[in-house]
Design a protein around this ligand. Structure first.
Ligand SMILES: Nc1ncnc2c1ncn2[C@@H]1O[C@H](COP(=O)(O)OP(=O)(O)O)[C@@H](O)[C@H]1O
Ligand SMILES: [Mg+2]
Length: 247
């Protein structure tokens, strides 16, 4: 089985003039296909920085990164852009939808951007995904006319448009109320279960972390001992069979 992600010895030091800030130090992280993993840690612990590195939005100052079997540090900027577009999906705290475009056009965007147009097949896939996230009746709505929770569901569909190997989510429920957050969480878990898409979700929300089969915890720029390795067990969403006479 090829790992989806293998990060080894990742370090990140930001330099501003004479000042240096070491944010990550010797981080190892492996994700297998189909994992649903939470990346937790206090604010400022380096979650977003690590996610940006894995998402090829930021180059680490140390370490190696293999994504879907490919060593990525040798790639040029243009190759990184292409790799990111084809192999990775992103969900941010704020949806970043294009306001003047419809839900369908926003979902199709990752496929359409390199070619410059939405083909009928792309449109169909975008509409199928919108149906799966419960927005079958909002496909032609402009993004501005959707609620916060609906926008984030569009963002989930968009992240899946190109059949990514890995979806990276940074505080995906951070700007939603509890109900909308629960729906967004349900959808990510459902996509993980049904399609086997691997998810790495940065969060400081216990509700989110508790729903993930695995938790990776960052502290002082390092993966906390015991947190980076084994699975925390299968997701337990439903109660087991109800014993007779106990309905
Ligand atoms: N471009 C940058 N220059 C200097 N320091 C940065 C930069 N980006 C992030 N940091 C610092 O890195 C630390 C981790 O930030 P971040 O990864 O956003 O943490 P988290 O997502 O866990 O809240 C913070 O102390 C932050 O100030
Ligand atoms: Mg963050």
């Amino acid at each position: 089985m090829t790992t989806v992600l293998e990060a080894r010895g990742i370090g990140m030091t930001f330099r501003n003039g004479d000042e240096q800030t070491q944010v990550l130090q010797d981080v190892d992280l492996t994700l297998d296909p189909g994992e649903l993993a939470a990346l937790t840690g206090a604010s400022g612990s380096g979650k977003s920085t690590l996610l940006s590195i894995v998402g090829l939005l930021l180059r680490p100052t140390a370490g190696t990164l293999t994504i879907a079997g490919e060593r990525v540090e040798a790639l040029s900027d243009a190759q990184r852009d292409l790799f990111r577009n084809q192999r990775l999906g992103f969900i941010f705290q704020f949806h970043h939808l294009l306001p003047d475009f419809t839900a369908t056009e926003n979902v199709a965007f990752p496929a359409a951007a390199p070619t410059g147009g939405i083909s009928p097949a792309m449109r169909q896939r975008a509409r199928d995904l919108l149906g799966r996230v419960g927005l079958g009746d909002r496909m032609d709505f402009p993004a501005t006319r959707l609620s916060g929770g609906q926008k984030q569901r569009v963002a989930i569909a968009r992240a899946l448009m190109n059949h990514p190997d890995l979806v990276l989510a940074d505080e995906p429920t951070g700007s939603l109320d509890r109900v909308a957050a629960g729906q967004v969480l349900d959808l990510m878990a459902e996509m993980n279960r049904e399609d086997g898409t691997t998810f790495l979700i940065c969060t400081h929300d216990e509700q989110v972390a508790a729903r993930c089969a695995r938790r990776i915890s960052l502290k002082d720029g390092q993966v906390e001992a015991g947190a980076g390795g084994g699975l925390a067990g299968p997701m337990r969403r439903r109660a087991g069979p109800v014993p007779p006479g106990r309905q």
